[in-house]
Design a protein. Structure first.
Length: 147
């Protein structure tokens, strides 16, 4: 049928309330200064909820530093995700170093990406050469049978 039953409507409403409550509680873990940066537009709300809220539960001081990095760098969500995941997977001094030198982190990521892309270009070139060689070989082979 095209309408919701009352029980399915109630379930949907409860899920909506639950997700809204989780979002509100995750934002409440952030400090007032970070919340203000989100309100002022210096930080994207998605970055605050997805990366800063979990970081605040782990270490509020480092979360403040991470918020400064995100506000200064104007990173897109993907860059923020890479940065947060590198920070989360690091331990102790490595975490502090990632936060202290975000530009170095970004340069390293870009260099690794550039090296990977160059390797792919080499592989693509070799594959193109093989494909052209095989096409030429097949053409020569067919012409031998035609004669």
């Amino acid at each position: 049928m095209g309408f919701w039953t009352s029980t399915s409507s109630i379930r949907r409403w409860k899920r909506y309330i639950s997700s809204s409550t989780r979002a509100a509680s995750s934002i409440s873990t952030l400090s007032e200064s970070i919340q203000q940066q989100v309100r002022d537009g210096h930080l994207a709300p998605q970055i605050a909820m997805r990366y800063l809220a979990p970081a605040a539960r782990i270490d509020p001081g480092q979360c403040e530093r991470m918020a400064q990095v995100f506000a200064q760098q104007h990173w897109v969500t993907r860059q923020a995700a890479d940065f947060y995941n590198a920070w989360r997977n690091a331990r102790g001094l490595a975490r502090a170093r990632i936060l202290a030198e975000p530009e170095l982190f970004l340069k390293t990521r870009q260099r690794i990406s550039a090296e990977w892309l160059e390797k792919q270009r080499v592989h693509w070139g070799a594959a193109r050469f093989r494909r052209e060689y095989l096409a030429e070989f097949i053409q020569d082979d067919e012409s031998a049978f035609d004669a």
